[in-house]
Design a binder for this molecule. Sequence first.
Ligand code: SF4
Length: 60
Amino acid sequence: MKVRVDDSCTACGLCVDTCPEVFQMGDEFAEVIADPVPPEHEDSAQQAADECPVDAIHVE
Ligand code: SF4
């Protein structure tokens, strides 16, 4: 599983709260810090993608 954040991210911080093992806040956008996503964090990474208010997280 791989995740990607696009530039529609509003830096709300929700994904970082939901899954800090995979997302951290960068200067402008959330950044992916685990690529690929470790299997044990796939559920929370998927949850972060599902809950992103602007659908900026893409699961590949
Ligand atoms: S939840 Fe979505 S909008 Fe919020 S910081 Fe994460 S990627 Fe950006």
